[in-house]
Design a protein around this ligand. Structure first.
Ligand code: ACO
Length: 362
């Protein structure tokens, strides 16, 4: 029995490859650094989905259809009642997605790609007492998300930064939420069911729930000179440092550098708080030093969540919404894996070893 299924191979995939020893990520034959440099969200989504649905998927067609679908989905925002709006944003978003029909076809996939992009900004606005902003079908998915969130057109740098984020996190091997998606798909339950399971798995702080706590940590540290002491005390209390460590990577998570790079144009144009970035870099240095000293046998480096926190904060997403934004980006990976599983895989049904009491002899 491998606790946490560490190193267990549970699927064959053509979608992405995570090389934890060398720190490389390949998405459908393209290295992450190249993909982030050249692709928009729609390009990456088309790359991942092509050949897995009941019709061909191209980036241009996807942009047009997603725009229209966001407008259709917006009608469902009406279902966000008081009870739903008292939930954390990612739970409210999940509840709205749960109302959508299930299916395995292109139309279902399109609906699921558009749904979190529309529901999350609408829920965030309603929760702060503001009217939701209707989507603009002619915008790209990234530009429209920011427009729906802030009720104003985003800058070119902001759109590029959100595109870079959504592309960077679009797929990542058999992580916990993707595995959940494949398990559900293996029963032939449908894409909406797979996505709901995946969002639920993403919520936990050991997976996609870490970036909010990363900002809490930076706030608590406050100044560069406090970093070493604060981190030492957190580890003394047995806490984990959010944004560090990974099940697969034994070196730096390549997604961290992709996101650090995506922040640069925002920094250069004064659209980011410079002090926050300087503090984050100091905390990163101090954390790497102390983790090396305290856990010499376990290489622990920065992971995707650390720079996710800085990037999404710079784009005005409130920290309680970070997991929901992650879900917007990862949905395409969940759908692609669910389709791959349904097309090529068998029912996922592993075994357990019984270690409980044996029945007493009569
Ligand atoms: N801070 C301090 N110690 C850590 C950290 C950390 N961030 N991560 C791992 N460790 C330590 C553990 O305490 C453990 O030490 P021990 O053997 O002395 O008990 C050792 O490293 C191994 O830890 P495991 O829990 O076995 O490693 P696992 O592969 O299960 O954990 C995980 C990976 C969950 C990401 C872990 O590193 C962690 O909790 N990190 C903080 C949360 C975080 O950043 N999550 C986002 C991950 S990225 C993503 O999912 C999108």
């Amino acid at each position: 029995m491998k606790n946490g299924l560490e190193d267990v191979v549970a699927a064959e995939t053509r979608l992405s490859d995570v090389d934890g020893e060398s720190g490389h990520l390949i998405i459908r034959g393209v290295t992450l650094d190249r993909l982030v440099e050249r692709a928009t969200y729609e390009d990456a989504a088309a790359l991942l989905l092509d050949g897995l649905l009941d019709r061909p998927v191209t980036a241009g067609d996807l942009k047009t259809r997603l725009g229209r679908m966001r407008s259709e989905i917006f009608a469902h925002v009406q279902a966000a009642d008081e009870t739903l709006l008292r939930l954390p944003p990612v739970d409210a978003m999940r509840a709205l997605i749960a109302r959508l029909p299930d299916g395995e076809d292109f139309a279902t996939a399109l609906r699921l790609l558009a749904a979190p992009a529309v529901f999350l900004p609408a829920v965030l606005r309603l929760q702060r007492g503001e009217a939701p902003v209707a989507p603009s079908p002619s915008l790209s998915q990234s530009a429209d998300i920011l427009a729906m969130l802030n009720a104003s057109l985003p800058s070119r740098e902001q759109v590029a930064a959100l595109d870079a984020y959504l592309v960077t996190i679009s797929d990542h091997g058999l992580n916990a939420s993707t595995f959940a998606s494949r398990v559900i798909a293996s029963t032939r339950a449908g894409l909406t069911s797979s996505m709901l399971a995946a969002v639920s798995a993403l919520k936990g702080p050991l997976h996609g729930g870490a970036p909010g706590p990363v900002l809490d940590m930076l706030d608590a540290i406050g100044a560069e000179t406090n970093a070493g002491n604060w981190l030492a005390q957190a580890l003394d209390r047995g806490e984990r440092l959010m944004g560090f460590g990974h099940r697969i990577y034994r070196v730096r998570d390549p997604r961290a550098d992709a996101l650090k790079g995506a922040l640069k144009p925002l920094v250069a144009t004064g659209q980011v708080d410079h002090d926050r970035i300087r503090l984050a870099e100091a905390v990163e240095r101090a954390a790497l030093a102390i983790l090396k000293e305290r856990k010499p046998d376990r290489p622990l480096d920065v992971n995707v969540e650390f720079y996710t926190a800085l990037l999404l904060d710079a784009l005005n997403f409130p920290r309680e919404s970070f997991t929901g934004v992650f879900a917007i980006g990862r949905t395409v990976g969940w759908i692609a894996h669910a389709r791959e599983q349904a097309l090529e895989g068998r029912l996922i049904r592993p075994r357990s070893v019984y270690v409980g009491p044996l029945p007493q002899a009569a």
